[in-house]
Design a protein around this ligand. Structure first.
Ligand code: MN
Length: 151
């Protein structure tokens, strides 16, 4: 079977807002492209973060394999902030804090592979956040200021 691609959507795939929690994420859509069939016990999704948006800051036991498909931005992996762009491959290991930000003035789209059976994410406590903000690079990232500054 084939699901035809056009304008960052796939025919027959529903596009919806990822999680209804505006405190934790902003302007993210999710399309589930593949859901556990046959001998592939995985879910394959496409997320798109609108300009200045961000995915939720979370950690969990299950892993992600992410490939950037559109645009650029930054990713936080524990204490490490990295610029990311089309084609970059990002492995997110168990219990690693992670967040994606479209902080380079354009949309950020990425594929994300997960196990079909997975645990629920954990979100940072106030104490976790306080510790994260002690790192200047992480602080800038969380303020949405890793990208180019407004002129
Ligand atoms: Mn995650």
């Amino acid at each position: 079977m084939i699901k035809k691609f056009s304008d960052y959507t796939w025919k027959g795939v529903e596009k919806h807002i990822y999680k209804e929690n505006p405190e934790v994420f902003r302007a993210v859509t999710k399309q589930v492209l593949f859901e556990h069939e046959g001998d592939l016990p995985v879910q394959f999704r496409y997320f798109e973060v609108d300009r200045d948006g961000f995915s939720s800051l979370e950690k969990h036991e299950h892993m992600h394999m992410v490939v950037i498909f559109r645009g650029k931005g930054h990713v936080l992996l524990n204490q490490q902030v990295s610029g990311i762009s089309e084609g970059d491959l990002i492995i997110i290991r168990p219990w690693e804090w992670h967040q994606f930000r479209a902080d380079e003035g354009e949309k950020l789209g990425f594929f994300c592979l997960v196990n079909a059976q997975r645990d629920f994410p954990v979100y940072p406590t106030k104490d976790d956040l306080r510790k994260m903000h002690e790192n200047p690079a992480v602080h800038s990232f969380l303020q949405g200021q890793s990208g180019p500054r407004e002129k």
